[in-house]
Design a protein around this ligand. Structure first.
Ligand code: FES
Ligand code: FES
Length: 160
């Protein structure tokens, strides 16, 4: 199988590399680009651990052929912090609110929360639960996760 050139924006940076046509995005991110913050749970679109943003929309990277992101913008958990290392308000909120246990689901939760807060800055609990409904937390710490997203939405409002 021949390599194919793939160009896309990754965490704000123009990125070009050679990929096999059957490479999945999650493998490209983790194995080739070293962005292991995106996790793999099921490889079947069931657990949400591999959620990234594609042009701002939360998608499962385990279901997406890498070539589908050509010319588009991909954001992973590593792309949320500012260049000076300051964490995104959602990351801060998860950390301070104790919304992380083993951490396996955390990047998936945060990427779904990111999409939600971009679209709905003042979400209800129902909005939040719906937004993270595609992500499974095996540690079952859902109430702190919902609270952390709520806290992040309030903190965002105050900084505006
Ligand atoms: Fe992608 Fe589970 S690893 S949804
Ligand atoms: Fe362990 Fe969610 S914190 S799976």
């Amino acid at each position: 199988m021949d390599y194919v050139e793939l160009s896309f924006k990754l965490n704000g940076r123009d990125t070009s590399l050679q990929v096999f046509p059957n490479t999945l995005l999650v493998d490209l991110l983790r194995d080739t680009l070293g962005l292991t913050g995106t996790k793999i749970g099921c490889r079947a679109g069931e657990c949400g651990a591999c959620t990234i943003l594609l042009d701002g929309a939360a998608v499962n990277a385990c279901l997406l052929p890498a070539l589908k992101v050509a010319g588009r913008s991909v954001t992973t958990i590593e792309g949320l912090a500012k260049a000076d290392g300051q964490l995104d308000v959602i990351q801060e909120s998860f950390m301070k609110g104790g919304a992380v246990q083993c951490g396996f689901c955390t990047s998936g939760m945060i990427m779904n929360a990111k999409e939600l807060l971009e679209e709905e800055p003042a979400p209800t609990d129902t909005d939040i639960k719906y937004a993270i409904s595609g992500v499974l937390c095996r540690c079952t710490g859902y109430s702190k996760i919902v609270q952390a997203i709520k806290t992040a939405s309030q903190a965002k409002k105050q900084t505006k």
